[in-house]
Design a protein around this ligand. Structure first.
Ligand code: FAD
Length: 439
C-alpha cells in the first residue's frame, strides 16, 4: 500500500471504529497471517460464520483459500459477497462465454443484466460478543506519516469514512451530476463526484452509487442529466477489474504483447522532474502538484500527465503507475493498471498509441482561463490565458510584468513537443516492425 492510501486507511478505520461503537460493537485489529488471526478470533468470540466482501487482487485468491481451509477445519462458514463490484467479473461474459476485452459491449452487457437491488441502511445495533477480544491499537499500525508528516493537504481535501462518502454522493446527486456530461473534463470546475477513494476503501458500494444515480435521473427526467455518463464511468471501474481478473499480471505486463518490445528510456532526472511538477509544461506540472498536495488528480489531467510521461519522455508506464500508486488516495490496482495501459496504448481497448496529447492544446481546451494552473503553479499566477499554458511563447514584457523568469522561477520545457512527438512515433513504428518481423 502506498503512503497516501495508508493515510486514508488510518482515518477510515478510525471512522469505522466509531460507527461500530455507536452500534454497541467494536473494531478489533490484529496483525499476522489473516487465516491464523481470524481462526483465533473465531475461537475467542465463538463466531459461527465469517462474512466478507470479495476482493480481486491477485493475492486475494490465495488468501481466501487459506481462510476457507482454516475455517472449514473448525466447521465455521466463510460467506463472501460482491460488495466491491456491481457484478462478479465471471458473471459478465460475451455471448461466447468469454471475458470481455472491449469496453462498450461490456457496458451494454452489464447495464442490461444488472439487477439493481435496493441497498439497505446500516443496522442500528450489531450484536456484540459476551467479552470483547483484545485488539491492537490503530496507532500501532503506524499508518499515519511521520518525520515528516506531509498529510495536511490531504486532510484539507478529504473526509475519509462512510459519512464522508455519503455526503459526497448526496451532494453530487443533488447538484453536480446534471452538468457531469459537460463538466467532467474540466479540472478547473468541481464537475465530478470525487467518490473514487471512498469506493476503493469500501466506504460506499457501487450498488449504492448506481441506485442514487438512477433516483436522481428519475427526479430530473427528460434532458441528458449526466446520469448515464456517470454510470458509464462507474462501469469503467468494473471493466478494469474484469481485465485484472483475466490478466493478474496487468500491473506489470503489457496486455498487448508487442509492447513488450517498446524501447523505453531510463532517465532518473526526467522522471523526477515529472514527479515534482517541474517539466515546464504548466498543465502537466499543475496535475503532478495537485497529486502531491491533495492525493488526487482530475481524470483529464491524469490522462495528460500519463501521456506526457509515456510519449514525451518515453519513460516506462510502470514508473508512472508506481508513482500514482504511492501518491493517490484512490490508488487501486485494477483501475490504475488498466488506465496506465489504456494511455500507453498497450491495454485492452486502449487509446491508440499514435494519439499523442499536445499539453498546450489540452491546457487551453480544458482549463481555458488558466484557473487550474494558477491554483497549483502559483509562480505563473500572474500570467493571463492563453500565455499561462505556454509561458515560453509569451513576450519578454509579459513575462517580466508577471514576475516570471523562465529557467529560474519556472522551468523551461524539458522536451520540445514537436521533437518528442516525432521520437514517440518513430519508437512506435520500430515496435510495429519488430512485431511484424517476429511473426
Ligand atoms: P467520477 O468522474 O465522478 O467517476 C465516478 C467513478 O467512476 C469514480 O469514482 C471511479 O470509481 C470510476 N471511474 C471513473 N473513471 C474511471 C476510469 N477511467 N477507470 C476506472 N474507474 C473509473 N481510478 C481509481 O479509482 N484508482 C486509480 O488508481 C486510478 N488511476 C488512474 C490512472 C490513470 C493514468 C488514469 C488516466 C486514470 C486513473 N483512474 C483511477 C481513473 C479515474 O481518473 C479516477 O477514477 C477518477 O478521476 C476519480 O475521480 P471521481 O471519483 O471524481 O470520478
Amino acid at each position: 500500500m502506498g503512503g497516501a492510501s495508508r493515510w486514508w486507511l488510518n482515518k477510515s478505520l478510525a471512522s469505522l471504529a466509531q460507527s461500530l461503537e455507536q452500534r454497541g460493537n467494536r473494531l478489533i485489529l490484529r496483525r499476522g497471517p489473516a487465516a491464523l488471526e481470524l481462526s483465533h478470533l473465531v475461537a475467542e468470540t465463538r463466531a459461527s460464520a465469517v462474512f466478507c466482501s470479495r476482493t480481486y487482487e491477485p493475492w486475494a485468491q490465495a488468501l481466501e483459500q487459506d481462510l476457507k481451509r482454516a475455517l472449514d477445519s473448525v466447521g465455521v462458514a466463510l460467506k463472501r459477497y460482491s460488495g466491491a463490484l456491481l457484478k462478479e467479473p465471471e458473471d459478465v461474459r460475451t455471448q461466447a462465454g468469454e471475458p470481455f476485452k472491449v469496453y462498450s459491449p461490456f457496458w451494454r452487457a452489464l447495464a442490461a443484466s444488472y439487477d439493481a437491488q435496493k441497498t439497505l441502511p446500516a443496522p442500528d445495533k450489531i450484536p456484540a460478543p459476551a467479552k470483547f477480544p483484545t485488539s491492537d491499537t490503530l496507532d500501532s499500525l503506524a499508518l499515519h506519516p511521520r518525520h515528516p508528516d506531509w498529510s495536511h493537504g490531504l486532510a484539507e481535501t478529504w473526509i475519509p469514512g462512510e459519512a464522508g462518502a455519503h455526503d459526497r454522493l448526496s451532494h453530487f446527486m443533488a447538484s453536480t451530476v446534471k452538468d457531469y456530461a459537460e463538466l467532467r473534463n474540466r479540472p478547473d470546475k468541481p464537475g465530478t463526484s470525487r467518490l473514487s477513494p471512498h469506493l476503493h476503501f469500501g466506504e460506499i458500494s457501487p450498488a449504492m452509487c448506481w441506485q442514487a444515480a438512477r433516483d436522481a435521473g428519475h427526479r430530473r427526467s427528460g434532458s441528458d442529466n449526466g446520469v448515464e455518463t456517470f454510470l458509464k464511468e462507474l462501469v469503467w471501474r468494473e471493466f478494469s477489474y474484469t481485465l485484472l481478473v483475466q490478466r493478474p499480471d496487468l500491473p506489470e505486463v503489457p496486455f498487448r504483447p508487442e509492447f513488450a518490445l517498446f524501447p523505453w528510456r531510463r532517465d532518473a532526472r526526467k522522471l523526477k522532474a515529472w514527479q515534482r511538477g517541474q517539466t515546464g509544461y504548466p498543465i502537466v506540472d499543475a496535475g503532478m502538484r495537485e497529486l502531491w498536495q491533495t492525493g488526487s488528480m482530475h481524470n483529464r489531467v491524469r490522462m495528460i500527465t500519463a501521456s506526457f510521461l509515456i510519449k514525451h519522455l518515453l519513460l516506462p508506464w510502470q514508473q508512472g503507475e508506481a508513482w500514482f500508486w504511492d501518491t493517490l488516495v484512490d490508488a487501486d490496482l485494477a483501475s490504475n493498471a488498466a488506465s496506465w495501459q489504456w494511455v500507453a496504448g498497450s491495454g485492452a481497448d486502449a487509446a491508440p498509441y499514435f494519439r499523442i496529447f499536445n499539453p498546450v492544446l489540452q491546457g487551453t481546451k480544458f482549463d481555458p482561463d488558466g484557473t487550474y494552473v494558477r491554483r497549483f503553479v502559483p509562480e505563473l499566477a500572474k500570467l493571463a490565458a492563453p500565455d499561462i499554458h505556454a509561458p515560453w511563447e509569451a513576450s519578454d514584457l509579459v513575462l517580466k510584468s508577471a514576475g516570471v523568469v523562465l529557467g529560474k522561477t519556472y522551468p523551461k520545457p524539458i522536451v520540445d513537443h514537436k521533437t518528442a512527438r516525432e521520437q514517440a512515433l518513430t519508437a512506435y513504428d520500430d515496435v510495429k516492425m519488430s512485431a511484424q518481423a517476429a511473426k
